[in-house]
Design a protein around this ligand. Structure first.
Ligand code: GLN
Length: 198
C-alpha cells in the first residue's frame, strides 16, 4: 500500500486524508519535515498560499519540499497547493516551490465568483467530475512539458507535468475520489520505477 502525505500546516488537511483512505492508500498528516521520508507521494492542500508559505518558512520546509519533488516523488497541489507548485505568480516577484513550469493567477475567477461548482471533463480521469472552486486560482500560461488536463470556460484548471499534478479546484470535498485515485496511481507507478531501477 502506498503512503500519501498531506502537508499539515494549514488548510483542508483532513478532507484529503479521508479521500486518500477512500481510495485504499494510507494517508499521513505531515507536520515535520522529517516525516517526508516516510511517504511515497505528497498532497499540498487548499487553504491560503500566503499563510502556508509563512508556515513553510517557519518550520523550515521549503528545501525539503523542493528536494522531495526533485527526487522524483509525486506531488499533487490543489488550489493553494497549485499556487505553491507554480514557477510564476501574476503580480508577485517570488514564487514558492517553482516545481511546475506554469504561471498562475490567484483569486482569478473574481469576487462575484468566490465559490462555485462545475462539472468538468478531466483527461484520463473523468468526463463528469463535480469540481468545487473556492477563491480559486487558474493557470494563465504553461511551458512545453506541462499537459493541460482540464479547462473551465477556456481557463486551465488542472494540469500535469511528469510526476507533478495540480488542480485549481478542491477534489477532496465531495465523495468523488477519482482525481485522488489518479494521483495514487501516479505514486504507485513512480514506486515501481524506483523498485525496478534499484
Ligand atoms: N485564494 C487562495 C490562495 O491564494 C487559494 C484558495 C483555496 O485554496 N481554496 O492561496
Amino acid at each position: 500500500m502506498v503512503r500519501i502525505g498531506v502537508l499539515g500546516l494549514q488548510g483542508a488537511i483532513r478532507e484529503h486524508i479521508r479521500s486518500v483512505e477512500a481510495r485504499g492508500a494510507e494517508g499521513i498528516v505531515i507536520k515535520h519535515k522529517e516525516q517526508l521520508e516516510e511517504v511515497d507521494g505528497l498532497i499540498l492542500p487548499g487553504g491560503e498560499s500566503t499563510t502556508m508559505r509563512r508556515l513553510i518558512d517557519k518550520y523550515d520546509f521549503l528545501k525539503p519540499l523542493i528536494d522531495f519533488g526533485k527526487q522524483g516523488k509525486p506531488i499533487f497541489g490543489t488550489c493553494a497547493g497549485l499556487i505553491l507548485l507554480a514557477d510564476e505568480i501574476v503580480g508577485k516577484d517570488n514564487a514558492h516551490l517553482r516545481l511546475m513550469d506554469m504561471k498562475v493567477e490567484r483569486n482569478a475567477f473574481g469576487r462575484q465568483r468566490e465559490s462555485f461548482e462545475a462539472e468538468l471533463e478531466i483527461k484520463g480521469v473523468a468526463k463528469d467530475f463535480e469540481a468545487v472552486f473556492i477563491r480559486a486560482p487558474y493557470v494563465v500560461e504553461v511551458g512545453p512539458e506541462v499537459e493541460v488536463i482540464a479547462t473551465y470556460k477556456d481557463k486551465i484548471v488542472a494540469a500535469k507535468q511528469g510526476h507533478y499534478l495540480c488542480s485549481a479546484f478542491h477534489p477532496e470535498l465531495t465523495d468523488d475520489h477519482r482525481l485522488t485515485g489518479y494521483f495514487i496511481e501516479m505514486v504507485e507507478k513512480a514506486n515501481q520505477t524506483v523498485t525496478q531501477g534499484s
